[in-house]
Design a protein. Structure first.
Length: 284
């Protein structure tokens, strides 16, 4: 919204707080309730969208309903771009584990990814979707090609545990964008982004990344390098501001808690709107 998009939000959950806290209470939207909300939009003929963005989901029938809605929206507007963050799990100390039910994986792999235009998995999620482990950058590029073959024209592996050329204090993200030229030939643009690691566990960074990538790829449709530089730079601004603020609140020598580590989104409005590029991407 800050970047100028009219957004209709459907909350897949209504929780008291995010699930990074010890406790949370609230409701989960089921597929029938999602369908009912979509029917309301349809009855008013306001179901023509340019973009759809989806993230964290725990329920297979909900996810299947999302796919049905996307397919119908693409009939309304064939240029619709679906950005999917296939949130399934992550790696901690090198070990991957899923934090959604395992039966979501085949739905993402067989139904969701094929209708997506842009996907933003982390390394673990990219490995789950393709069944291939990634140990090197070369293998990561091969996995991104496999993901392209499943449907999406843009694949960004948002974080990985690959060794960064700049050193251990940096985190690697990789992007791949497949362009079909006027004469029908395809070319692939690939980039690597190295950003400084921030020593804390944040919640919501993936959501922020996917939303900003949607906006910046819209503004720079054939330049994944610039779109990723703006996205990752804005992330850095937000995370640096958050950690600085969290440490101040926690006090000298204390570890910040979940409440203190809430992303400083409102305070970072200017950085989200017009990020100073502090992270450069390398074209591979």
């Amino acid at each position: 919204q800050v970047l100028g998009f009219e957004v209709d939000t459907v909350n897949s959950v209504q929780f008291s707080n995010h699930t990074g806290y010890s406790h949370w209470k609230g409701q989960v939207l089921n597929s029938n309730e999602l369908h009912e909300l979509y029917e309301g939009l349809k009855l008013n003929k306001v179901n023509r969208y340019d973009y759809v963005l989806t993230g964290y989901t725990r329920d297979t029938s909900f996810l299947a309903m999302v796919v049905d809605i996307i397919q119908e929206l693409k009939q309304q507007n064939s240029n619709l771009v679906y950005v999917c963050d296939p949130v399934m799990g992550d790696k901690w100390n090198g070990e991957g584990s899923m934090y959604v039910p395992k039966d979501l994986l085949p739905v993402y792999r067989d139904k969701v990814v094929p209708v997506a235009d842009i996907i933003t998995p982390n390394q673990f999620e990219a490995e789950l979707l393709t069944g291939r482990k990634i140990h090197t950058e070369k293998e990561a590029l091969e996995v991104m090609d496999m993901l392209h073959a499943m449907g999406p024209e843009t694949v960004v592996i948002t974080s990985s545990d690959l060794q960064a050329p700049l050193g251990n204090d940096y985190l690697i993200a990789l992007g791949s964008h497949r362009i079909t030229k006027a004469d029908g030939t395809k070319m692939t643009q690939r980039i690597r982004v190295e950003s400084p690691k921030v020593d804390a566990v944040f919640v919501g960074t993936g959501d922020l990344f996917a939303a900003m990538l949607l906006a910046w790829t819209h503004k720079h449709p054939n330049n994944l390098k610039v779109a990723c530089e703006k996205t990752v730079s804005a992330m850095q601004h937000v995370l640096q501001r958050t950690i600085k603020s969290a440490k101040a609140l926690a006090g000298e020598g204390n570890k910040p808690n979940s409440a203190q580590l809430e992303l400083r989104m409102v305070q970072s409005k200017k950085d989200i709107e017009n990020p100073e590029i502090i992270v450069k991407a390398t074209v591979l």
